[in-house]
Design a protein around this ligand. Structure first.
Ligand code: MN
Length: 296
């Protein structure tokens, strides 16, 4: 497959650390569940020859955000940026934040605990990473079907859950000129002014999961949406199985050069998951009526 989107410099650098024909292990939303992550890494028998990738939202809501960041560093993993990482970055630089609205107390509190190495990790996290040998792209939330990958919008890629089939241009809003995080994101992709941005709380009922309508290649592996659980679409696999809400932590394990199987039984055979040790966070129901919007 020809490269569809540029890797960031960071991703390239981390790929260069991979030695030998190791596996690619993509982990769903961790949200500070460091103990479950350690159990999962044991279960997949992670070794230094493997390439470890996180779909984002590794911090917040769970018990040990710093511990998860330590594991990511120690394993040389690739962290794809989630909306919670972005909110923490926004909390530090409110004058050039990416998301609308003031950073929450939660994200400001996390920002106060981060060490310089943590900031480096977050700042260098790409919004998406292409793994051409697997013909897949990892992104936190998803993409807008029917829009070329190079024209996808950063915020959408970190937040989309569903699309309104009859009006998914209506929620579009231009990202032009907002330029937040230019330094760390400028290599990732160019933002098209016409790219639609889905605001989760604007999305109406009756929409469909975006992954149901995406036609690859590439296959998209993502997280962000715990409400529907594991998502197995023809060209998209959603790994957020809600560990922090008492669900499971799930990984997709691909051998060297292996593509994500279209056959669902074959794909399920590549999934490894471990149960949450407890319910670490109870979603705020008052904010989840329409989209289960803040669970993921
Ligand atoms: Mn998320």
């Amino acid at each position: 497959m020809a490269p569809l989107i540029k890797r960031t410099q960071t991703a390239i650098a981390r790929h260069q650390n991979v030695s030998g024909p190791g596996r690619t292990i993509i982990v769903g939303d961790v949200h500070g569940c460091s103990a479950e992550l350690e159990t999962l890494l044991d279960r997949v028998a992670f070794t230094s020859g493997d390439r470890l990738v996180f779909v984002g939202d590794v911090l917040a809501r769970g018990p040990d955000s710093l511990g998860v960041l330590d594991i990511i560093r120690q394993t040389g993993a690739i962290l794809v940026r989630g909306n919670h990482e972005q909110k923490v970055l926004d909390a530090r630089a409110p004058d050039r934040r990416t998301f609308a609205g003031a950073p929450s107390d939660l994200h400001r509190a996390i920002a106060r605990t981060l060490r310089p190495v943590d900031w480096s990790l977050l700042e260098s996290s790409p919004v998406h990473v292409a793994f051409n040998e697997h013909e897949l792209v990892v992104v936190h939330a998803g993409v807008v079907p029917g829009t070329a990958l190079e024209h996808q919008d950063f915020e959408t890629m970190m937040r989309i859950r569903t699309i309104a089939l009859n009006r998914f241009q209506v929620d579009a809003r231009s990202r032009r000129g907002r330029g937040a995080d230019r330094n760390s994101l400028s290599m990732a992709l160019r933002t098209a002014p016409q790219a639609p941005t889905m605001r989760s709380r604007q999305i109406e009922s009756g929409n469909v999961l975006w992954g149901t309508r995406w036609v690859g290649p590439p296959h998209i592996v993502f997280g962000h949406n715990a409400a529907p659980g594991l998502q197995l679409h023809p060209w998209a696999t959603g790994l957020d199985t809600g560990c922090v809400y008492g669900g499971r932590l799930t990984a997709l394990v691909l051998g060297a050069g292996r593509k994500v199987p279209r056959d669902l039984a074959a794909r399920r055979a590549l999934l490894v998951s471990v149960p949450a040790r407890r319910v670490w966070h109870v979603p705020d129901k008052s904010r989840s009526a329409v989209t289960q919007g803040d669970r993921a």
